[in-house]
Every structure is written in C-alpha cells, then in structure tokens.
Design a protein around this ligand. Structure first.
Ligand code: UDP
Length: 329
C-alpha cells in the first residue's frame, strides 16, 4: 500500500516524504511545482500536476495502490490570499473537493490534512487549544477551515477519516542536509533573517515594534519541521489502526519574539544581522503559541528538536550549502 502525498515537493511536504521513506513506506507524490521543488522529493513515485486535474487524479489512483493521503497541496501566503481570494478558494477549496471526491470513488478513507493556526485568527487566550473559537482573519485561514469542515462532512457521509494538523510556525531543515526551506517569494522570518549573513540582504525588517508583548515584537511558536513531519506519521498510524477523525495543534508551546529570533540567529551565524523596525504587516496576531498537549497525550507525539538554537542551526547549515536554494547550488 502507498501513501499519496499531495504537495510533497514543498517545504513541509518534502520533510514528511523523507520521514515516510525513512520508515520504508511506499510514497507517491503529486505536486504542480508552482511552489515546490522536484529535487526536494527524495524518493517515491512523482507526478507533476495539479490535484484539480481530475484526469491526473484518475491516473494516479489507478496506477498506485493508495491506502491513505497526506494533503499539503495548497497556496499558503496570507498577504496574497487577501489580494486574490479567488485563487485561494479555487486552489485550496476546489482542490480539496477534487481530491475528496476521488478518494470517495476509490474507497480511500484516510486523510491527514495540513492545516494552520490561521484557522483561529486572533486568539482570545494563549496557549491556544483545539477547542478554542475559530475566527480566521485572512482568506488563507478561512480556506483551510473550510477544508477541515469539508472533511468532517465527508466523514459523516462517506466514512472518510481525517486528521487535521494545525501548524504553528515550522522552521529548520532536515538533519541530512539535503532538504530545507526555499520559497519564492520568501516571506518567512527564519530564511529572511539568514539571507543577511548570506550576503543577500542588508538587514532584516521587523514588522512592528508596538505590539502588546514584552519587547513590542510579535511572538510565535517555532517548531522543527521534522518534528512536524513525525506528527503526520503518528496520525497515519492512528487512522490505520481504525482511529476516529480529529484535530490537533502542532507547536512547541514556547513563544519567541521577532527580536529574540534575530538574536538567536546572530549567535548561531556569528553575524551582526542588522535589523530595521518597519510598519506592522497586516493580519499578524500579536502572540500565537500552541498547546500541543492533546496530540502528545492521544498520539504520543514527542518533539525532540526543541532548542531554538538547534532549529536555526539546521536551517543555517542548509542555507550555507544551498545559498540560492534548490537547483542552483
Ligand atoms: N516577520 C518580520 N519580518 C520579516 C518576516 C516576518 O518581522 O521579514 C514577522 C512576522 O510579522 C511574524 C513573524 O515574523 O510576526 C513570523 O512571520 P512568518 O511569516 O515567518 O510566519 P507567520 O507567523 O506569518 O506564519
């Protein structure tokens, strides 16, 4: 039996593919390579294409003995989602409909879904619990919440079991040094900070210093991408053992401010990394910290790469070896 990973050439997708291969799973990847990189897929069968292409889905499901799906394929930029909501509804929501319909007709009844803390919006309290209200403040989070809800009803109607994993901030790179974080355009804090010691930018911009936090900059919960990947494997095992649909947060439970992140990166890289305070970025909540107790208790998730310095070190190792990202080193 094979696991189909949609969006398996992306940042978190490729690390999950690596984790699946490390435990000798058969892996099939679909990725349209709009954001992903084929070099990031370290094995398995690869199909270049879009999940909204139903002919392609027919082919993939006919050619492989798929028993479960891990679904990453989606657009994920908050700012872009506010400029172009139609793109997000079409790719994320319609894409999920195509995939779930195909799973239904093929009798594939297990899906692990890449969801997000953006489903909560501005939290009423931290750490955020799965039972807290979901009021997304941007189109991206709204489409992910719509996808979660769609899965709930596919379970009710067709018995398709799902696990939605709501990620907080993924960071770092695989310890094997082969795969890491490479977005275009890059919007994420850690790779942008590391562009300064790489000589690719003069300074890092701090988006707002007037938040209600101790140093005035936003606080986020950063988790090593391989710990995130491991959670998908636990969810897969749980569904294979006949478990029920569920929603889990994935974070470290610890918050770091933008200024603290820059300070740790200075230590790791030995570079002064100049920072310049700019205006707030719209849609950024002040503090996002997860409670991940539920997945720890229910699935035994045990994130092991929990020092921020070590997380940034793995990212730094990868970026030094791949200063221009994939395909250009
Ligand atoms: N951020 C920043 N400067 C940058 C990029 C990000 O100050 O150049 C801040 C951003 O406002 C947020 C945090 O860093 O508070 C993490 O942003 P990122 O885009 O990495 O992840 P998000 O929390 O938006 O998912």
């Amino acid at each position: 039996m094979a696991v189909l990973v949609t969006g398996g050439a992306g940042y978190i997708g490729s690390h999950t593919v690596a984790a699946l291969l490390e435990r000798n799973e058969s892996v099939v990847v679909i990725d349209n390579l709009q954001q992903g990189h084929q070099e990031a897929v370290l094995g398995g069968v690869f199909y270049k294409g879009d999940i909204r292409d139903t002919d392609l889905l027919d082919k993939v499901f006919a050619e492989n003995d798929i028993d479960a799906v891990i679904h990453f394929a989606a657009n994920s930029l908050v700012g872009e989602s506010m400029q172009n909501p139609g793109k997000y509804y079409h790719n994320n929501v319609f894409g999920a409909i195509c995939l779930l319909e195909k799973m239904k007709t093929s009798g594939v009844k297990k899906i692990i879904f890449s969801s997000t803390a953006a489903t909560y919006g501005e939290p009423e309290s931290v750490p955020v619990l799965e039972s807290d209200p979901t009021n997304p403040t941007n189109t991206y989070g709204e489409t992910k919440l719509a996808m979660e809800k769609m899965m709930k009803w596919f379970d009710v109607a067709h018995g398709v079991k799902f696990v939605a994993l709501r990620y907080f901030n993924a960071a770092g790179a695989h310890e094997n040094g082969q795969i890491g974080e490479d977005h275009s355009p890059e919007t994420h804090l850690v790779p942008l900070i590391l562009q300064v010691p790489l000589g690719q930018r003069e300074h890092i911009a701090i988006y707002g210093e007037d938040y209600p936090t101790p140093d005035g900059t936003c606080i986020r919960d950063y988790l090593h991408v391989s710990d995130l990947a491991d959670a998908h494997i636990l969810a897969l095992d749980m569904l294979r053992e006949g478990g029920e649909s569920n929603v889990y947060n994935l974070g470290s439970g610890k918050g770091f401010s933008v200024k603290e992140m820059i300070e740790v990166a200075r230590k790791v890289t030995g570079h002064p990394i100049p920072a310049i305070v700019q205006a707030r970025r719209s849609g950024d909540p002040a503090v996002l910290i997860a409670s991940s107790d539920k997945i720890k208790q229910q699935l035994g998730w045990n994130p092991s790469r929990d020092s921020l310095e070590a997380i940034i070190q793995t990212a730094w190792n990868w970026h030094q070896k791949h200063p221009e990202g994939y395909g250009k080193q």
